[in-house]
Design a binder for this molecule. Structure first.
Ligand SMILES: [Zn+2]
Length: 99
């Protein structure tokens, strides 16, 4: 078991958290104007990289707040967490991640 750093509560056991999907997904400005294909891609299509991946997590058994995390999908190791709107650490990425 590993510890996940909640930006508000600090390190807690991973059983207190729930995965919330890929970060960096923005709601379309005019969803009614999207084609069925574009809407399906917004709703269902997600990246599936091997390596660092920006995700949303909830500290569901703690403060119940959402936050962003950079997690290595190959090792499952968390590389950093941040409150929404704050930058994630620039770990093995070329640019700063802001989600
Ligand atoms: Zn928390």
């Amino acid at each position: 078991m590993q510890l996940i750093h909640c930006p508000w509560c600090g390190p807690r056991e991973e059983v207190e958290f729930h995965y919330g999907g890929q970060a960096e997904i923005t709601y379309p400005e005019r969803p009614a104007e999207l084609s069925d294909q574009d809407w399906a891609e917004y709703v269902f299509y997600r990246d599936n990289p091997k390596g660092p991946f920006a995700e949303r997590w909830s500290h569901s058994a703690g403060c119940r707040r959402w936050f962003n995390a950079l997690r290595d999908t190959h090792t499952y190791r968390f590389l950093g967490t941040a409150k929404p709107g704050e930058p994630l650490p620039n770990t093995q990425r070329n640019t700063e991640v802001r989600v």
